[in-house]
Design a protein around this ligand. Structure first.
Ligand SMILES: [Zn+2]
Ligand SMILES: [Zn+2]
Length: 163
């Protein structure tokens, strides 16, 4: 919460070159199955939340853009490629996975279902493994160090590695 009790949501790209902050309530959250969102996210669908009446500020860096159609631009980090925005005449939406706490932004509708990939509805039926379950087949995971920006604002980034 900010000082005047407006909700605050923060987030950014994977490398930390770009950080954003939304003050005020977010709008509708959705997933979009359209072919453009599949490409833009490199994923099975695009998870997006409208900024709507909130105020979006880029706190560090700013996205590069790809004009994906005559009406829409897609913003992304030019350094690490994280998808960040969908920008159209009716407003701007942010990629839900780029927020620091995406678990609090629950989608309430699906768009573009005519392009839904045929296996998406059954993903939860796949066998599941935790990361630790995988150590035998990927031993490098035992001493892996993340260079991903943490899920909170930082004064200085990248931080110098501790000696
Ligand atoms: Zn980045
Ligand atoms: Zn879409």
């Amino acid at each position: 919460m900010s000082s005047d009790d407006k909700p605050v949501h923060t987030g950014g790209c994977q490398c930390g070159a770009i950080r954003f902050r939304v003050e005020g309530a977010l709008g509708d959250a959705s997933i979009c199955h359209c072919r453009m969102c599949q490409k833009a996210f490199g994923g099975f669908y695009g998870p997006l939340v409208s900024v709507k009446d909130g105020t979006l500020r880029w706190m560090r860096g700013a996205p590069k853009h790809f004009q994906s159609s005559n009406h829409v631009q897609r913003g992304f980090c030019g350094d690490c490629g994280t998808p960040l925005t969908y920008e159209a005449a009716d407003g701007l939406a942010l990629a839900i996975g780029a927020f620091d706490h995406p678990g609090t932004i629950k989608p309430s509708v699906q768009w573009g279902i005519e392009n839904k990939l045929p296996y998406v509805d059954a993903l939860h039926e796949l066998p599941g493994c935790s990361t630790e379950d995988d150590l035998a087949s990927a031993p490098f995971l035992t001493d892996i160090r993340s260079y991903q920006h943490p899920d909170h604002d930082t004064k200085h980034w990248p931080v110098e590695p501790k000696q």
